[in-house]
Design a protein around this ligand. Structure first.
Ligand SMILES: [Zn+2]
Length: 368
């Protein structure tokens, strides 16, 4: 059995985030409203379209999401927060907190994103799919127990992990987050929990500012289960490879997860307007290949990838397709037309200051 499930629903693209411009929200005297706000639907829509026109979609098992119930949402979020989002949606929309605008459909679609991840966990753990890719929106990894943050309403990967613990009786999980932004919400939700290991590889001191430091290793019984790799801006293939070889591999070997979940953002790509990294589709392909090998080693290949950020509408589709091709063992590979320009760029190899940043994580986790 070698099937890959793809979670998808057209309504994910209907999540309304206002007419902002880049990182700026709608409004402001000098800002012309646009439809190219940071969390616009275009990158995901174009990824879904590329899957279709390339034929890759035909090699996947489509998995229709269901909405996560209030009980499922409150495994991760406080009841008052869940009810606040629902009430704001009923009134036409609002902000879930920390720059997370949404419209009248915000609660419904965010619950459908979370529920899509639960359906994916069910499919992977039941063995009806070997692995799964949840092409959901809104993203989730910044969302906190009692607040939205950075366009994230409900924390999709945390909902998936809690579901696997509560319903499927799993005991250990690892959440690897390679979105260019620090996975602050996921870390905070599990910071005292030794069962759910979190590993965030992100651009140092970028978003949210002031955290995601190598020295943040957990609280109480969670100490040692949480890792942060703070890569300097400008990191490329070499730095990410070193982070996997020196940190991710040994950390997973130590934790021995029953399931691996990836917060899969594409904003570390060389063309992203919201990150300052240098990755190409080939790097996302390799990171997926390495992660699959770890999952094979520790949990029979059980792997769930959840779409997070990525704001280059032209390039996210090729990076996402590379990830999905690896997951399903695609017969043919889509040629990335950007590679001729982006591949082999100067300074993509591991640089000394990047190596030192990775070593700081190792110093904070002396047992790795
Ligand atoms: Zn991001």
């Amino acid at each position: 059995m070698n099937s890959t499930a793809l979670v998808w629903d057209e309504r994910y693209l209907w999540h309304h985030v206002g007419n902002g411009a880049g990182v700026l929200p709608e409004g402001g005297e000098l800002i012309e409203p646009g439809d190219f706000g940071e969390e616009s639907p275009h990158p995901r829509r174009r990824l879904r379209n590329l899957l279709e026109v390339s034929g890759l979609l035909d090699q996947l098992c489509l998995l229709k999401p269901r909405p996560a119930s209030r009980d499922e949402l409150t495994r991760v979020h406080t009841p008052s927060y869940v009810d606040r989002v629902a009430a704001l949606a009923r009134s036409g929309g609002g902000d879930a907190g920390g720059g997370t605008p949404f419209g009248a459909n915000g609660y419904t679609i965010a619950a459908l994103a979370g529920g899509g991840c639960l359906a994916a966990v069910d499919a992977v753990l039941a063995g009806t799919a070997r692995n799964a890719y949840a092409l959901v929106k809104p993203p989730g990894h910044h969302a906190l127990a009692d607040s939205g943050n950075g366009h994230c309403i409900f924390n999709n990967v945390a909902l998936a992990a809690e579901h696997a613990l509560a319903v499927h009786g799993l005991e250990r999980m690892s959440i690897l987050d390679w979105d260019v932004h620090w996975g602050n919400g996921t870390q905070e939700l599990f910071f005292e929990d030794p069962r759910v290991q979190t590993i965030s590889i992100h651009q140092a001191d970028w978003y949210p500012r002031g955290g995601g430091l190598a020295g943040e290793v957990g609280r109480g019984p969670g100490v040692g289960s949480h890792l942060n790799v703070e890569l300097p801006p400008g990191s490329g293939s070499g730095a990410y490879r070193a982070a996997f070889e020196r940190v991710v591999g040994p950390a997973l070997a130590q934790h021995r997860p029953d399931l691996v979940i990836v917060s899969c953002g594409y904003d570390a790509s060389a063309l992203d307007p919201s990150g300052r990294m240098m990755l190409t589709s080939e790097d996302f392909r390799l990171m997926t290949r390495w992660t699959m090998a770890y999952a094979e080693q520790w949990c029979d290949g059980r792997l769930l990838m959840v779409h997070e950020g990525g704001y280059a509408p032209a390039y996210v589709p090729f990076c996402g397709a590379a990830v999905i091709e690896e997951l399903c063992g695609a017969r043919e590979v889509i040629a990335d037309p950007f590679l001729a320009r982006l591949g082999g760029a100067g300074y993509a190899d591991l640089q000394a200051h990047q190596s030192e940043a990775i070593e700081r994580t190792l110093s904070a986790h002396s047992r790795l």
